[in-house]
Design a binder for this molecule. Structure first.
Ligand SMILES: [Mg+2]
Length: 248
């Protein structure tokens, strides 16, 4: 049943991949205005310990932005939809190529044409946020699709009130596969939790690998379970800690 809540999974046996915005954190009007609820970092660190480190944040944000949001507590992470990876909590960040100057210039010009649209430069990827002017969405998407034709090695990834521009062929799903090739993730059952259409490739990939997908909010392709809100996700994570054998 696709809308069932996920049960308890033993953190000692899973590799847990967590999207951030709209999954762990409630979405804010501006990406820099998100709030980390009390106790969340502590819960994540507890699961990280119970899972022997097999917990990774998987986000459209850059890894540097994730570190800023989660403070001094660094987590293994895939940023910019997989264009950046850090396989161990305090390890080196591996980055793909930066978005070219020509590409940035085109998308900056596009954003200027649509007041209220915010261009975010994340290094390896760009994002056009239109949450403040949702009525412009079809026009912004059409203009972005027109721009991207000039950059065949890049692709558009529409999300919730955002259009991401990232290297073609790299996504949250391919990032999960890379993590699962390495310890401490290798050999565990992957569990992916995500809310957006941008998470579907990871949910489908993880399902194909014998893992478990959990969507947040609406049902997503590849998901087997569902949690309704980020607050429910946080509650479920807390339950994993509490139920864990030898829980800490
Ligand atoms: Mg999300």
């Amino acid at each position: 049943m696709p809308f069932e809540k996920p049960p308890y999974f033993d953190p000692a046996r899973i590799a847990l991949f967590l999207d951030v915005d709209g999954t762990l954190l409630d979405i804010a009007l501006r990406p820099d205005a998100v709030h980390v609820p009390d106790g969340l970092i502590d819960t994540l660190l507890r699961i990280q310990a119970l899972a022997s480190g097999a917990l990774a944040l998987v986000s459209g944000r850059s890894v540097a932005q994730l570190d800023q949001i989660f403070g001094a507590s660094h987590f293994a992470a895939a940023g910019c939809h997989g264009a950046e990876t850090r396989f161990l909590p305090d390890g080196k960040i591996t980055r793909g190529e930066s978005v070219s100057t020509a590409c940035k210039a085109r998308f900056a010009a596009l954003a200027e044409n649509f007041p209220g649209v915010l261009l975010e430069d994340k290094g390896c990827s760009l994002a056009l946020h239109y949450r403040a002017v949702r009525e412009l969405a079809p026009k912004v998407l059409a203009a972005a699709a027109d721009c991207i034709r000039h950059f065949p090695h890049m692709e558009l990834l529409p999300g919730k009130d955002v259009i991401e521009l990232k290297p073609a062929g790299i996504d949250k799903g391919s990032a999960c596969v890379e993590f699962l090739r390495r310890p401490p993730f290798a050999g565990r059952t992957p569990v992916y939790v995500g809310d957006d259409v941008t998470d579907e490739r990871a949910l489908v990939r993880v399902h194909a690998l014998g893992g478990i997908g959990i969507s947040v909010g609406g049902l997503r392709r590849g998901a087997r379970y569902n949690l309704k809100t980020p607050a429910e996700v946080r509650g479920w994570l807390l339950m994993l800690c509490k139920e864990a054998v030898g829980g800490i």
